[in-house]
Structure formats: C-alpha cells, structure tokens
Design a protein around this ligand. Structure first.
Ligand code: FE2
Ligand code: FE2
Length: 331
C-alpha cells in the first residue's frame, strides 16, 4: 500500500476517537467565554467611561507592544486560510459518503479560534492606538495571499505543524497578557491569558493526534516530523505585508519586534521542540525502518543544535516603522 493510502487508513482508524477528542479538548459552545465577556459592556451606561479607561490604560503600552498585538490579531484573523487548508488535508472529508469526524473537529476548532481575532480586533479598535484601516488592509492581503507551511495535504505533517504552532501561539499570547497586566491593562491582560488557554487546549489535542498516529504508523510519522523540522516551522503569517508592500515583507520586521520584546524568541522554538520530543517519547518508539531511525537521531539531536545556533543569533535593535502603529511616544 502506498504511504498516502496508509495515511488515509490510519486517519480512518483514529476517526472513531474524534468525538472524544472534541469532548476532552474543546469546551461546549454554551459554556465557553465569548469576546463580549472581556470588552466594555455596550448596553451599560458606563460604556463610554469604560472605553475612556481602556484608552487611558492603553497609553502605557509601547511601540513594539502594539506591533506585536497587531500582528497577533492579523494572524488570528486569517482563520479562513487555516480552515480551508485543514479541510483539504488527506483523510479529512466534509462531503458525501466520506464525510467524517475529522471535518467535525476542524469546524469545532475553527469555531473556537474564531473568537480570538474577534476579541482582539474589537479591543484594538477601541484602544485608539493603531491605524485600523492599515490593519484591515494587511488582514485582507494576508487572507488573499494564503500561506504555504510546507505540509502539503499530508495529515501527519499538518498535525506536526499544528502541535507546534498552537504551543507557539500559547506562549506569545501569554507573554503579551503578562506585559499588559504589568502595565496596568487588566482587561487586555485577562483577554490574552484566556486566549492563551484556548491555544493550550488545542495544542494538547493536536499532540495527542500525533501520539496516536505514532502508535499506528511509527516510521512514517517519524519521517514526517523530521521533514517538517528540516524545513523549519514557518509562522502562519509568514506572508504578512503592509499596504503597498510586497508579499512577506512585513513578517521579518514583526518577528524582530517579537524577539526584541521577548514575546516569541528563537529559544522558545527550541523549547517547543524539546517538549514535543519528550511527549512523543521519541527514544521509546520501537520497530522503526532504517530511514526512520536516522530521522529519530536527527530529531533527538536537533534541540541542542538549534540552541547553539540561537545563542549566536543577532537581531536588529532598530525599530522599523510600521504603517499599523503611529509612533506614540511611549517606547
Ligand atoms: Fe488562536
Ligand atoms: Fe490556535
């Protein structure tokens, strides 16, 4: 059987567990938080006062902070790209007889994720610290540009990507929340922390999918993991551009910003890899083919190698001026 057909078989074999994954890792719609829970109540007489307070608190936050918030928001707002990408993965089917539990997972995951861009966008709008029109243009560009994360339609590679990426977003939202709290922006702090909580649950789900696949098809899963790490896990917003700019040009400036601020760093990348290696117990996986043994060896040594590289990395200290954020005097 071809590797592709084996993947479809494995996806089918795990499919019966998808409902229990949804129960364990997602929260019922009627119970989960909604963006309105973290924003000033627009039915209240205090609404305008609350907005004034939110805007005053926002003045305490500096340039790099806002750039990071904007890029995080735009990344979340590009959710249509992620949903359509996942729906197209081999073994995930939303049509006809083959319509399966995996498409239900993708829809439910999307429904949770959709709240992130929603709440962040409303907050940014109310804060008055950023140029919303520029943010909106970048969002439209990013959705129009799509992304290419190097996974193809392979479920194994896609689940490696999502396992990694959900933890990366957990880290960055968590750190942004901590910074906001430190500067007295309690509402924003809570908002980012609760988003980080969602990202963590999603990470736990995707790493479980991979663990289950390792039980069914260890060699191919190992090879897919190594292939993704060789290509490097690119960020979902790697095609980010500003108005008038060409594809991807804003991304590097944003990641320098996130690195400078300590919101998401090269060291975090290494830590995520270490956690994944440990959770999937790479060292205990049996009956690997020769090339999968080599792939394991590569993956086990990779964190130390990347650590050495990250120690030598240098990032520009100069602030690039984005169209999204006017210089607000609080650097
Ligand atoms: Fe998210
Ligand atoms: Fe996420």
């Amino acid at each position: 059987m071809s590797a592709k057909n084996v993947r479809i078989e494995v996806m089918r074999a795990i499919e019966s567990k998808v409902d229990s994954f949804i129960d364990s890792y997602l929260i019922p719609i009627e119970e989960i938080w909604q963006p309105t829970d973290f924003l000033p109540d627009n039915k209240s007489d205090k609404f305008l006062d609350d907005v004034t307070q939110l805007r005053e608190e926002a003045k305490e936050l500096g340039y790099d902070f806002w750039v990071t918030m904007v890029a995080d928001t735009i990344t979340e707002e590009a959710l249509p790209t992620y949903e359509s990408w996942l729906m197209d993965v081999e073994g995930i089917d939303q049509h006809g007889e083959n319509k399966n539990g995996w498409s239900k997972w993708v829809r439910h995951w999307t429904a949770e994720e959709n709240r992130h861009g929603d709440v962040l966008n409303k907050y940014l709008y109310l804060s008055g610290r950023v140029n919303m029109r520029e943010v909106e243009i970048t969002t439209q560009h990013l959705i129009a540009d799509g992304f290419d994360i190097g996974t193809d339609r392979d479920p194994y590679k896609n689940f490696i990507y999502t396992s990694f990426q959900e933890l990366a977003t957990n880290i960055s939202h968590k750190r942004v929340g901590q910074m906001a709290k430190k500067k007295g922006n309690l509402l924003l702090g809570k908002m980012c922390t609760i988003i980080a909580g969602d990202e963590m649950r999603h990470h736990l789900a995707y790493r479980e999918f991979v663990k289950t696949i390792f039980e069914h098809d260890p060699s191919q899963m190992m090879l897919a993991f190594a292939d993704m790490m060789k290509k490097k896990i690119v960020m979902p917003a790697h095609f980010l551009r500003e108005s008038g700019g060409s594809i991807g040009t804003a991304f590097e400036n944003f990641s320098n910003c996130a690195q400078r601020l300590g919101v998401y760093t090269a060291q975090d990348y290494v830590e995520i890899l270490k956690k994944l290696n440990a959770y999937w117990e790479l060292d205990n996986i049996r009956s690997l083919s020769d090339d999968a043994e080599k792939a394991r060896d590569y993956l086990m040594k990779l964190p130390a190698r990347l650590e050495r590289i990250s120690e030598r990395m240098k990032f520009p200290e100069d602030q690039y001026h984005f169209k999204w954020v006017e210089a607000n005097g609080t650097l």
